[in-house]
Design a protein around this ligand. Structure first.
Ligand code: RFL
Length: 395
């Protein structure tokens, strides 16, 4: 079988690349190891930056999102027993965050790619192997779930969009890429509660016991985070202990109590980042978490995945339209600028979240000073808002 582009992975990155290619009339195949039902319900991200929503809209990919996503205009920091609302829409003269659960975005994108634009997508593809990326005829082999047989796809380009644990990254020759890693040495217990949000905006609790966060996802489901030891056992966190810690770490004068509910997800995330440089070699182009992981501290991962996907989709479409390969040549450099910018902000924000916990009184003092500055210096507030909402510059 021959096609122009094989896309490995049907996450936000792969499906967006596929939809952009279909709109440009470019032949492609998406290979996904899970089932459609699984990827349409896997809970994860929720925050989409406004520039990314506009970019999806320009490509006809945001109809549902624009009807159903919530628009957020503020977040609230709680520290030293007080609550401080940060109205980023006011600070930036009208910019917002959109809250739209990742499974809904994936559902919209699968429908658009496969059902509306007639894209070829193969679910349950096992043992995907990417080969011959340094020639002009790469191949992607996989095992078909129905027949158990190996299939080989011949193509011009491979888009490696298979996330942090994918297979395509392994096809990059180790001598030609550098993987930069950072480990925060911190764990987060990531929770989903079947309960309405406890506040109409994102809450950040900076507490000597550790960070706690609340992120509205929908009227029925709310995400919470609790800082914990890396590698901690989620089963040790019984519901009573979870809620006791959430109440304690998010407590502030005048704050309404949290709305409790059954915990439908409980996982420990070890906070770490990596960046693969360059993000491309030969005919293989990585996009999204396959190329860079950013700990969910600043809710940036899916936004970076979308940014890569727009650039890669457009660059491949330009190639097949005879528009040259300049965009493919600069793809990695163009993506990495935003990647490093968001990594830096996540590190900065990690210190804000975690600096008051533990026994280091000096670090706690400087962290509280950093927090207070957001509410006393308009310049500091503007800088924070710009990075929190994501660089608005044309991607
Ligand atoms: P995905 O979404 O992981 O999709 C990759 C797809 O590839 C498939 N796959 C394979 N297919 C074939 N062969 C293989 N060998 C394969 N291996 C994997 C997978 O099944 C999957 O369908 O990567 P993509 O597209 O790069 O998207 C990245 C985002 O999913 C990720 O960055 C975000 O979820 C990160 N993130 C957040 N990002 C935000 O922008 N805002 C947020 O609010 C936010 N919250 C979060 C998050 C990530 C979290 N976790 C679980 C780490 C909250 C959490 C808890």
């Amino acid at each position: 079988h021959r096609t122009s582009v094989v896309i490995v992975g049907a996450g936000p990155a792969g499906l967006t690349v596929g939809s952009v290619l279909r709109a440009a009339g470019v032949d492609c195949v998406v290979l996904e190891c899970e089932t459609r039902a699984f990827i349409e319900t896997r809970p994860r991200a929720g925050v989409i930056e406004e520039w990314a929503v506009r970019a999806l809209e320009e490509r006809g990919l945001a109809d549902h999102l624009l009807k159903r996503a919530e628009r957020h205009s503020a977040c609230e920091f709680r520290f030293a027993g007080e609550r401080h609302r940060f109205d980023y829409t006011e600070v930036t003269g009208g910019r917002h965050h959109f809250v739209y659960p990742q499974p809904l975005l994936v559902t919209d994108l699968v429908r658009e790619y496969a059902d509306v634009r007639g894209g070829d997508i193969r679910f349950g593809a096992r043992d995907v192997r990417v080969k011959d990326i340094d020639g002009d005829r790469p191949t992607v082999a996989y095992t078909c779930p129905d027949t158990g047989r190996r299939q080989v796809l011949h193509c011009d380009f491979v888009a490696g969009c298979d996330g942090a644990r994918g297979a395509s990254r392994a096809a990059l020759p180790a001598r030609r890429v550098r993987v930069a890693r950072h480990d925060y040495g911190i764990g987060w217990l990531a929770l989903l509660a079947e309960a309405p949000p406890s506040a109409d905006c994102v809450l950040f609790g900076m507490h000597p016991d550790g960070f706690a966060g609340q992120m509205p996802r929908s009227p029925e489901v709310t995400r919470y985070y609790l800082q914990c030891a890396p590698g901690d056992d989620p089963d040790k966190w019984k519901p009573a202990k979870v809620w006791e810690q959430l109440h304690r770490r998010l407590a502030a004068a005048g704050a309404p109590p949290l709305t409790e509910g059954p915990l439908i997800e409980k996982r420990v995330l070890d906070m770490h980042d990596y960046v693969v440089e360059p993000m491309a070699y030969g005919r293989l182009f990585l996009a999204g978490d396959a190329a860079h992981l950013v700990a969910p501290i600043a809710a940036k991962g899916m936004n970076l995945a979308l940014h890569d996907a727009f650039l890669l989709g457009d660059a491949l479409a330009a190639h097949f339209a005879g528009g040259g390969d300049a965009a493919l040549a600069s793809y990695s450099t163009d993506c990495l600028r935003r990647v490093w910018d968001y990594q830096e902000f996540s590190q900065w924000l990690s210190e804000v979240y975690h600096g008051v916990s533990g026994r280091d009184a000096f670090r706690a003092g400087t962290t509280l000073a950093r927090l207070r500055r957001l509410f006393t210096s308009p310049v500091a507030a503007a800088a924070f808002a710009e990075q929190y909402l994501g660089t608005a510059a044309r991607y």
